[in-house]
Design a protein around this ligand. Structure first.
Ligand SMILES: [Zn+2]
Ligand SMILES: [Zn+2]
Length: 382
């Protein structure tokens, strides 16, 4: 295990970077200044930047010059459209935009790792690829990075995400599923418009819609295995223009979050059956638009054991809970084995809230996570 030399000084300069990033958050796909800052720090430390067709985000590589595996380290870099309410001295200066998901902590921890890899005398064989990924919140960035070819030649990938409610600097790792897949749906029901006083002259899309929405709730409770984790939420309904007209169309939208691939398929099948057969029963037409989103975050079991073992040498490791939130880190894991860990940032509000204020003392443990697990995997995967 590698200790960070001059840890107090490193922590101080990383906290400065963190405060700057927190003050200047940028939305998905618009991380221009953020990318510029990352590039300038990497250049300062002699890290070679990889040419890229990405609009935002930064890819870099540290090459030992000796034959060995390639380990990729990923940090997401975008912020959210939230007006910060923390009252921190270094609160966001960009109105309506906030690093409310801790991606500024991720960037800083990965920069810290780049600093250690280049400024501390370390002996390793292979390559370390740094992926400062844009647009995670828009569920687009990982695919942009992959499409640009930056996941090619990678043997394993490590990711990290802040976790409020866990002790500062503790790290959560779980083998297998950690976060859910995302699908979105939009259903349009079409009937025949009629006067409210003459329902017999038309076909009522509102009655059909409410029954269909109710029936969809039986998929999770009646069809999915009771011990599996899955959610189906209808979140939007639109119908009607006047109190005395039964409208011609009604629409509803929502999302499905689930851990298992088998369950994901089952839910989609049952969804189609219920919508098409109930709409037929009500003599209305239904059109389903189904948007397949990111897969579930799945940690490679063997790599998870190695990362757990290594991480336990420098901090306390806890078992992460599987959740139905999502992270497009899963797109890399569809292609190569990876581990997505949680970094405890103490008692603060939840992520995506305007008062989210993670404890910056967790940054150094984030650096250790990236550094030590990379060095260990470079050895293990030779
Ligand atoms: Zn987020
Ligand atoms: Zn996030």
């Amino acid at each position: 295990m590698v200790e960070i030399t001059n840890a107090a000084e490193v922590q101080k300069s990383l906290v400065e970077i963190y405060h700057h990033l927190h003050q200047h958050p940028e939305l998905s796909d618009h991380e221009f200044e953020t990318s510029a800052l990352i590039r300038s720090k990497l250049k300062e430390w002699g890290v070679s930047l990889t040419e890229t067709q990405l609009k935002t985000g930064v890819i870099a590589e540290i090459n030992s010059g000796q034959e060995g595996p390639t380990i990729a380290l990923r940090a997401d870099i975008d912020a959210l459209p939230i007006q910060e309410t923390t009252k921190l001295a270094f609160a966001s200066q960009n109105a309506g935009i906030m690093h409310a998901c801790g991606h500024d902590i991720h960037i800083t921890a990965l920069l810290g790792a780049a600093y250690v890899f280049t400024q501390q005398p370390l002996d390793f064989k292979g390559k370390i690829r740094l992926i400062f990924q844009p647009s995670e919140e828009a569920n687009e960035g990982a695919l942009q990075v992959i499409d640009a070819g930056h996941a090619k030649g990678v043997d394993a990938i490590l990711g990290l995400h802040v976790k409020p409610g866990k002790p500062v600097g503790n790290i959560g790792i779980r083998a297998g599923y950690v976060a859910g897949s995302i699908d979105k749906f939009n259903v349009t029901i079409e009937g025949t418009e009629t006067h409210a006083a003459h329902p017999d002259q038309g076909t009522d899309v509102i009655v059909a819609l409410t029954d269909i929405v109710g029936a969809l709730q039986t998929i999770i409770s009646r069809n999915v295995e009771p011990t599996s984790s899955a959610v189906l939420s209808v979140t939007e309904l639109h119908a009607g223009t006047a109190w005395n007209i039964i409208p011609r169309t009604a629409t509803f939208s929502g999302t499905v979050r689930v851990l298992g691939k088998k369950e994901r398929e089952l839910i989609r099948t049952r969804f189609k059956e219920l919508v098409s057969q109930l709409s037929a029963a009500y003599r209305v037409n239904a059109k389903i638009d189904w948007y397949v989103g990111d897969p579930a975050v799945y940690n490679d079991p063997d790599l998870s054991e190695i990362v757990k073992d290594e991480t336990g040498k420098f901090t306390k490791v806890f078992e992460s809970h599987a959740e139905l939130g999502s992270d497009d880190f899963s797109c890399y894991q569809e292609l190569l084995p990876g581990v997505y860990a949680h970094l405890g940032v103490g008692d603060t509000g939840q992520v995506h809230h305007s008062d989210f204020a993670p404890d910056e003392n967790a940054i150094l443990t984030g650096v250790s996570y990236y550094v030590n697990n990379t060095l260990r995997l470079l050895e293990e995967l030779r």
